[in-house]
Design a protein around this ligand. Structure first.
Ligand SMILES: Nc1ncnc2c1ncn2[C@@H]1O[C@H](COP(=O)(O)OP(=O)(O)OP(=O)(O)O)[C@@H](O)[C@H]1O
Ligand SMILES: [Mg+2]
Length: 308
């Protein structure tokens, strides 16, 4: 059987057993796989913490090809995407065999190293470019011909061909945060036009509970209490996107670590909720959100009293 040699920069991903699949997630992954199989790059766009990277890596794993992961960075330039000349080999020779004659000879050579994109492009791997809008738009220019014509122009310094044609299995997945986020650039319209953008928002109730339970190890009942509290906080704020499932997981992990349940949680859990949920609440909404948290925790404790 032929086993493909995979460079060290590529990952062999298998769908993770920790990945939660609910009808909501299956719908998202199904749509992404359809677009990719039809030959279109897929872009998951949405606020921080809604599960974009996890989703992109899961979809990449489902494609069954080695995966190359790139993370956007404002210091990237096009050579970081294509490759560049790195390192050098310096040779210095001093010949003083005849004492009255000194002969020196110095030479230096650099060598070309392909980037992850170039390697994925040639070998037909899946490229996951996470947070691609954190790179400056001009650094991503090379992607225009990569996505549309499936051609990668190469600098002369590389030697050999001036263009590479994409391997038929080469596929791309992107993720990004909204432009309003700090450190995020507006991507070129031309680049966005070449991708199918799937907008990812907060998960549905069932998925949020399942992910909280699986990732923090709390009981189903605790996961339900946490998600219900977080949803109430979201509703009470003008920015209804946060807190996300990431906050639910952190609250669950802390509850679990303390060996408590949401119903029997003491005053410490209220403080944990405030620490995790309050920091990004706007000043004028803080009192309202604090009341929502207290009411929700109070209701959980009253239910427990009736239960006992
Ligand atoms: N389907 C899922 N199954 C299990 N865990 C998940 C799933 N989706 C998201 N998570 C968990 O939710 C958390 C947030 O997900 P992730 O890091 O992918 O979000 P993101 O949208 O990429 O955030 P950011 O924009 O900040 O990078 C992670 O802890 C992740 O493991
Ligand atoms: Mg991410």
């Amino acid at each position: 059987m032929h086993t493909e040699t995979v460079p060290a920069t590529a990952l062999r991903l298998k769908p993770s057993s920790e990945f939660i699949e609910t009808p909501y997630i299956r719908d998202l992954t199904g749509r992404a796989l359809e677009y990719l199989r039809a030959g279109f790059p897929v872009h998951f766009s949405g606020p921080s913490g809604v599960g974009k990277t996890t989703l992109a890596l899961h979809v990449a794993a489902r494609l069954g090809r080695p995966v190359v992961l790139l993370c956007g960075d404002h210091e990237f330039n096009s050579s970081d995407l294509v490759g560049g000349l790195y390192g050098y080999h310096k040779k210095y020779m001093k010949d003083n065999f005849i004492r009255s004659v000194l002969k020196t000879d110095e030479s230096m050579t650099t060598h070309w190293v392909d980037s992850r994109l170039t390697a994925a492009f040639q070998h037909g791997f899946t490229l996951v470019y996470d947070e691609f809008t954190r790179s400056r738009p001009e650094a991503n220019n090379v992607l225009l011909s990569v996505l549309e014509e499936r051609i990668l122009p190469l600098p002369a310094a590389r030697g050999g061909e001036s263009y590479l044609k994409a391997h038929p299995d080469f596929t791309t997945l992107f993720t990004s945060n909204p432009e309003e986020y700090t450190g995020v650039y507006r991507s070129q319209d031309a680049l966005r036009d070449r991708m199918v953008t799937i907008e990812v928002g907060n998960f549905d109730d069932e998925t949020e509970i399942a992910v909280t339970q699986a990732k923090s190890g709390v009981s189903l009942e605790d996961a339900q209490c946490i998600v219900s509290l977080v949803r109430k906080v979201r509703e009470a704020k003008s920015n209804k996107l946060t807190p996300t499932v990431r906050a639910c997981i952190i609250m669950g992990k802390i509850l679990k670590l303390k060996g408590e349940t949401a119903r029997q949680a003491n005053h410490g859990f209220r403080q944990t909720c405030l620490d995790i949920l309050m920091p990004e609440v706007r000043y004028e909404e803080r009192e309202k959100v604090r009341r929502v948290i207290d009411d929700a925790l109070g209701a959980i404790l009253i239910e427990e009293a009736h239960y006992v």
